[in-house]
Write a protein that binds this ligand. Structure first.
Ligand code: ZN
Length: 243
């Protein structure tokens, strides 16, 4: 049945190679995710920090406005005192009346100003309370980030150790590949990575899902090196199928 050119290859070896390649691909993908996860953690801190900074800026502005209004009030109060001194020295009724009018106008303006200052002080109280909450939130985010960072770094260390272990396993397994097959294996691996090998699943190639002919399936069952006619993967029988 087998053609004279057929090459024998051990099914357990193909299974093992594929399992190792899948593990390696998975670990490499986890290793790539690490820096992205760390970036996301930093981004959460940045967002919380920006919220605090924005609120500090608003509060600072409100305090400036409050200071300006206080200063205006004091200036106008000093002016009123000055007018009142002049009132005592007024030479004519007309001057007296005019000064009285000016004092009344200033006092009215000060009354409005006092209301405004009261409002802005209330607003500053609200902003301060809000800022305290936002700072608490930042502290929570930072604590959480420190925990997440430690977890990610810990996982990355384990991934690196596992990757080293898998590389050693792969090297060992590859020494068992028949010499005649090695070049093809290397070429396929470079082109397709972990998909260089595929199990037969439901009479189909587990890599590309192409339905396989009985002849192809039989070759695989006889441990003959067989490539998927569609995706060219090295086919093998999975463990739940007898050889
Ligand atoms: Zn295929």
């Amino acid at each position: 049945m087998a053609s004279p050119k057929s090459t024998e290859i051990s099914t357990p070896l193909l299974r093992r190679l594929h399992r190792i390649h899948q593990q390696r691909a998975d670990l490499e993908s986890q290793a790539r995710r690490g820096p992205l996860q760390l970036k996301a953690v930093q981004a959460s801190i940045d967002v919380a920090t920006q919220a605090v900074d924005a609120e500090i800026a608003v509060l600072k502005k409100a305090r400036m406005v409050s200071d300006e209004k206080h200063l205006q009030l004091q200036t106008r109060e000093a002016h009123v005192s000055q007018l009142q001194r002049r009132l005592n020295e007024a030479a004519t009724n007309k001057e007296f009346a005019l000064l009285k009018e000016q004092i009344a106008a200033d006092e009215q303006a000060n009354s409005v100003q006092n209301d405004e200052i009261f409002e802005i002080l209330e607003r500053i109280d609200t902003l301060e309370a809000q800022l305290a909450r936002t700072k608490e939130k930042l502290a929570e985010v930072e604590a959480d980030a420190a925990k997440r960072r430690a977890e990610i770094e810990d996982r990355q260390k384990r991934v690196a150790i596992d990757l080293d272990r898998v590389e050693v396993q792969l090297e060992e397994a590859e020494t068992l590949i028949p010499a005649a097959v090695k070049a093809d294996y290397k070429r396929l691996l470079e082109a397709r990575g972990e998909e260089a090998l595929a199990p037969i699943e439901n009479e189909s190639c587990g890599g590309c899902y192409q339905t396989l002919t009985t002849q192809v399936a039989n070759q695989v069952m006889l441990s003959q090196l067989t490539y998927c006619p569609n995706c060219n993967a090295m086919l093998y029988l999975p463990e739940d199928r007898s050889v």
